[in-house]
Design a protein around this ligand. Structure first.
Ligand code: ADP
Length: 757
């Protein structure tokens, strides 16, 4: 008998099946034997088994058969009752599962990474061939068989195994866990692991699984790189040290050359001898500049340039720069001037020395590459930021200019517009490269605008910190004031421009005669100029005759006279009284000095000639060594040449000088008698300057007298000043010690200040 469900499954009718043997419909020859065996079997219900059934249309499908014996009433087996279940779907699922499993197995087997499952107590549960290979075993089976204790056998550092397990206990995964592992042959490799703990239903860790890769090569490369970096740093350090030493070595004899030549120039010399000596000074200064440039550049390259943070007055910085170049501008007949716009904060915080360096570079270049006309420095505020100000600087010249293609390369190291060996202008080509780095460290940029033959304008910006309540420069105006500018030597266009900006009406007269005409014409029309500004070219006798003519004329008693002198020299200042001028301004024209002078001579009401004292701001201060006179100075310096230079300089300043050649003698001398000032060389035999200063301070403890100690060092590296201050010194002079600097440094000593007051 066949039931209906079965008939539908196989596609036959009942009559086509009934009366046929079952095995005729089944695939395989053995089914008949099976039936025979089953009928003989004792078991009532057979084990389910799989077979393939052939449908009427010839197609074959898998079935699951369950059968049981049929017995007659006497218990004799008469047949089999079987049910068939189509298991095609099941079979397909099984096949795809197998394929998937096969797939994963392939990945597992062929992965380059080592894949593992390990038990928390350190046994391998599973490993792929790559893992076995990484650890030097021939197969996973060998690995599993030989390693019973991962912590002890595989991990080189037990602490790393402990750490790995600790992470597995508390986190869901670990990535890039790097550790050392021991291979089968004892060699050690570095691996990087990813892993996660696999937990059971109650959250207990059953095993860890993950993957690892051999990173020994990378590690070695890293080590090699770190080594290379260390040795690069070391060689940079050595280089800087070498440079520091070399600069010391070069500066020391330079000190002798410059100092001694300076002293030589103060003696009776023939014109020829003077010329020779001056050439020596010029060449030495030039050489020193080159040394400084190279030293600076190396420091920048070694990343060793640090910046000071101190309060400074931008006007002072800029003025000191133009003053530095005053002589050169005068010699070349170039009008050099400085204009600081209103609105610039009076006190800023930053590194004035570095700013001075950039400005000097640009002004030096401008003068170097200009044959006639003007060089002007202009400073204004570019941007107000909270707690900071960005200043905008411009150095303008009327020189040879630079072509566009040369401009592009200008800020690179060692590049000069004219790179030929026959070039006209000297220099290292480092100035602008250094300036660019300095400016960028000051948070700004540097750029150029120039046309060949029409001059250049170099710009840069720099950011400085400033206090919130800092005053900004605001110069008063002189509305209604009238000025007459006489002659060509009045500082060029900048004078009339500044007058305009202060609301002063200015007229020009080419010479003394024209000026008198203009004064008379004004008088005839019933008014008078408030101030006449004249240069030294107005008359051959430096304008004296001209000013006397005005002074002697009753009609012009209300006119104030201001003379522009070529350089801020004391002789010129002294001459001022004779010629009865009301004020004097020295070139280079600095707008602040000019304003101060006008402010004092244009004070309303007074038509009187102010006394020399009231015009003091416009006049050069008398040379500042009065206060240094009679200072008792001890010089501690081992180099005989430097010793001589400093002694001469000090004597010239009127000081009483004693010298010692090493630190021990210096300490001994201080114990014996008191000095106002010690000039202390830092590199000395036996006891260096720093230690000497420390011992002197130790000795002075509890005593009333404290010696003012000024360090003299040829090292000009960052941090030198701090080092000296830490040792208890009070001031710092870098070699070569210039006469002027020495004077100013001495003036700062308490003894000198007492002398002034
Ligand atoms: P150097 O020490 O040679 O002056 P810099 O870096 O300061 O080095 O300048 C590089 C070159 O740029 C100079 O050699 C010159 O050719 C050109 N240069 C710089 N400033 C000016 C300028 N104001 N006018 C014309 N050329 C200039």
């Amino acid at each position: 008998r066949v039931n209906k469900t079965e008939l539908e499954m196989v596609g036959y009718s009942a009559s086509e099946m009934v009366g046929h043997h079952v095995w005729e419909f089944m695939v395989g020859d053995d089914f008949r034997d099976y039936i025979a065996w089953r009928l003989r079997d004792e078991a009532e219900i057979g084990e389910p088994y799989q077979r393939e059934f052939r449908r009427k249309d010839g197609s074959v499908f898998p079935v699951l058969v369950r059968d049981s014996l049929i017995r007659d009433s006497a218990g004799v087996v008469t047949g089999l009752r079987a049910t068939m279940q189509d298991i095609s779907e099941l079979k397909r699922t099984e096949a795809s599962l197998r394929a998937a499993e096969e797939n994963y197995r392939k990945i597992f087997e062929h992965a380059i990474e080592g894949i593992f499952q390990i038990s928390p107590d350190g046994r391998f549960l599973n490993a792929n061939p790559a893992l076995a290979g990484i650890l030097g075993y021939s197969s996973p089976a060998e690995l599993l068989a030989e390693v019973g204790d991962i912590g002890g056998q595989i991990y080189v550092q037990p602490a790393q195994w402990a750490e790995f397990r600790a992470v597995m206990e508390r986190s869901a995964s670990i990535a890039q866990f790097e550790c050392e592992m021991r291979c089968r042959n004892g060699s050690v490799i570095w691996v990087s692991k990813h892993a996660r703990p696999v937990c059971d239903a109650v959250g207990k860790v059953v095993y860890y699984e993950g993957a690892l890769e051999n990173i020994t090569a990378r590690r070695q490369a890293e080590c090699a790189m770190a080594g290379a970096r260390d040795s690069a740093l070391e060689s940079a350090r050595l280089k800087t040290e070498f440079l520091a030493n070399m600069s010391h070595e070069i500066r020391t004899p330079m000190n002798g050359i410059i100092g001694m030549t300076g002293l030589l120039l103060d003696t009776e010399l023939s014109a020829r001898q003077r010329d020779f000596a001056e050439t020596i000074v010029d060449s030495s200064e030039a050489l020193l500049k080159i040394i400084n440039d190279i030293l600076d550049f190396s420091k920048i390259e070694a990343g060793m340039l640090t910046f000071e943070e101190i309060d400074f007055d931008i006007n002072n910085v800029a003025e000191s720069v133009v003053d530095l170049f005053a002589g050169r501008a005068l010699t070349k007949g170039i009008e050099l001037s400085l204009v600081v716009a209103d609105g610039v904060p009076e006190v800023l915080t930053g590194d004035p020395g570095r700013l001075r360096q950039v400005l000097s570079n640009l002004v030096g270049n401008a003068l170097k590459f200009t044959e006639q006309g003007e060089v002007r420095v202009m400073i204004r505020t570019e941007e107000e930021q909270s707690g900071a100000t960005m200043l905008h600087f411009e150095v303008m010249d009327t020189g040879i200019g630079i072509s566009h293609e040369q401009q592009a390369r200008l800020f690179q190291a060692f590049v000069q517009a004219d790179g030929s060996t026959t070039r006209r202008y000297g220099g290292t080509g480092l100035g602008l490269a250094i300036s660019r780095r300095l400016v960028s460290q000051m948070g700004g940029e540097i750029w150029i605008e120039s046309e060949p033959g029409r001059g250049s304008r170099l710009f840069f910006t720099a950011v400085f910190r400033k206090a919130e309540d800092v005053r900004v420069q605001q110069l008063r105006q002189f509305p209604g004031a009238r000025a007459l500018i006489v002659g060509q030597a009045c500082g060029g266009a900048v004078l009339s421009e500044l007058f305009g900006s202060w609301a002063i009406e200015a007229e020009h007269a080419t010479d003394g005669t024209c000026a008198m005409d203009a004064l008379c014409a004004a008088e005839a029309r019933g008014w008078q100029f408030d101030v006449v500004v004249f240069g030294v070219d107005v008359q051959s006798d430096s304008g004296m005759g001209f000013s006397r003519r005005i002074r002697d004329d009753e009609r012009f008693s209300g006119v104030r006279l201001v003379r522009v002198v070529p350089l801020n020299t004391s002789e010129d200042a002294a001459g001022c009284d004779d010629t009865r001028v009301d004020g004097e301004i020295a070139k280079p024209i600095k707008h602040r000095g000019l304003h101060r002078c006008l402010d004092s001579v244009l004070k309303s009401g007074s038509a009187k000639i102010p006394s020399a004292a009231s015009i003091a701001p416009a006049v050069a201060a008398p040379h500042a060594d009065a206060s240094c006179r009679a200072l008792r100075v001890l010089v501690a310096e081992d180099s005989a040449v430097n010793q001589k230079v400093v002694q001469f300089q000090l004597r010239k300043l009127g000081c009483k000088v004693e010298s010692v050649t090493d630190g021990e003698d210096a300490v001994r001398a201080v114990r014996k008698r008191s000095y106002d000032v010690i000039l202390m060389d830092c590199q000395m035999p036996k006891l260096d300057g720093w230690e000497t200063a420390r011992r002197i301070r130790e000795f002075e403890k509890g005593r009333k007298h404290r010696t003012w100690i000024i360090a003299m060092t040829a090292h000009s590296l960052v941090g030198d000043r701090e080092r000296c201050m830490e040792a208890g010194m009070d001031d710092y002079l870098s070699k070569p010690v210039r006469f002027g600097d020495l004077g100013s440094a001495l003036e700062k000593s308490p003894a000198a200040r007492r002398a002034i007051s």
